[in-house]
Design a protein around this ligand. Sequence first.
Ligand SMILES: Nc1nc2c(ncn2[C@@H]2O[C@H](COP(=O)(O)OP(=O)(O)OP(=O)(O)O)[C@@H](O)[C@H]2O)c(=O)[nH]1
Ligand SMILES: [Mg+2]
Length: 380
Amino acid sequence: MGLLAKAAAEREQRQAELDAQAVGAEPPRQSGGMVAPEEPGLGSFDEEFTWSAEVLAAQGRQVKDVSLEEIHWLGRLRQGMEKTRRGLVTRLLNSLGDDPLTPEIVDDLEAVLLQADVGVEATDAVLDALRRRVNEEVVPPGEGLRLLKDQLRQQLERPIRATGCHLLAPQRERLNVWLLVGVNGVGKTTTLGKLANLAVRSGYRCMVAAADTFRAAAVEQVSIWAERSQVEVIANPSANADPAAVVFDAIGAAQAKAVELLLVDTAGRLQTKHNLMEELAKIRTIIDRKAPDAVVESLLVLDASQGQNGLRQALAFAQAAQLTGVVMTKLDGSAKGGVALAVASEANLPIRFIGAGEGLRDLRPFNGFEFVEALMASPR
Ligand SMILES: Nc1nc2c(ncn2[C@@H]2O[C@H](COP(=O)(O)OP(=O)(O)OP(=O)(O)O)[C@@H](O)[C@H]2O)c(=O)[nH]1
Ligand SMILES: [Mg+2]
C-alpha cells in the first residue's frame, strides 16, 4: 500500500474508533447541565491537519512522530501558496483532467507553467521529461499529475543534490559565517532574525554582525531581532561606518567567544548597484582573510512575490557575492511561488530556507517535496 493510502487508512481507522466511542454514548452531564469541555488535542480532523499529516506521511514519517509545529507550518505554507495555486492548479487540473496524458495536453502545460513564473528552462526540462514518458507508454488519468509533481521536485532538488548537502545547518564546534544579501526590502533582516532564533533553539552559539551601515535605522532593527533570541550584536554606531570593518570586528568577537554561527546583515541599497556589489566583495575578502577556516555561506534573499525579477537578481548577485544558496521569503501572499523553480534551474542555486510570514518561527528549511505539495495541493 502506498504511504498516502496508508495514512488515509490510518485516519479512517481513527475516525471509526472515535465514531464507535460516540455511538449511543450520551455526553456526560455535569451538575449544572453543562457538557464537559473536550480535551483539546492533536487530530481534530480539520483539513489543514489532514493535508499536512499526509504530506509528512508520504515522506515516510509516522503521524505520531510529527510535531504540532510542523503541522502548523505546513498548513501555513499551503495557505500562503493559495494565490500561486489558485491560478496554477485549477488550470493544470483542467488540462490534465480525467483523460490519459497526451502530447497535446503536455503542450498546453507550457503556458500554464510559464505564467506561474516557473521559467523557460525549468518548464522545458519538465515538459521534455513528460513527453518522453508519453511517447513510451500510455500514461493513465491521474498519473499525469504525479509525473508533473515528480518532475517539478527533481528540478528543485537538482542544485541541492549537487552540493551534497541535503539540509543546510551550521557545523558544530567551528565558525560558520552566513551572509544575508539581496536588494532592499526583500526580507534579509527578518530572515536573519528568524535564523538566529532557529540557531539558538537548536543549541548553537550565535552572534550577529550589523553590517548594514547605510540605512540609519538598520542597526536598531537588527538589534531588536537579535534581542528576541538573546543573541549578541556587533555594530559600529558611528554614521557611515565601514561595513567590512564591522564584519572584521564581529569575526574577532566570534572567535574570542567560540561562536558557531555568525549571521551578517548587509545593506540592500547603496548609492549605486556597483557600490553594493563592491561592498559585498569587500566583506567577502575580509571574511576569507580574517577567518580562512570558517564555513562561509552566502545566502541570497529573494522576495517570492517579485517573480521573474528574483531570477535576474540572483544572476546579478551570483558573482560578486559568491552565492551558495537562496532564501525565498514572503511565500505567504505571493502569487509567484513558481519562481523557485526558475531560480533553481536557471541560477542553479539550492534553495535553503523559505519564509512564509513575519513571525519569529515563520522560516523553515526548504524541502522540495513539501514545496511541490503545497504548490499543487488540489483546491478543496
Ligand atoms: N508577509 C511576509 N512579510 C515578510 C516576510 N519576510 C519579511 N517580510 C517583511 O518585509 C519587510 C522588509 O523586511 P526586511 O527584513 O526589513 O527586509 P531587508 O531586506 O532587510 O530590507 P533592507 O534592509 O531595507 O534592505 C518587512 O515589513 C518584513 O516584515 C515574509 O516571509 N512574509
Ligand atoms: Mg535589512
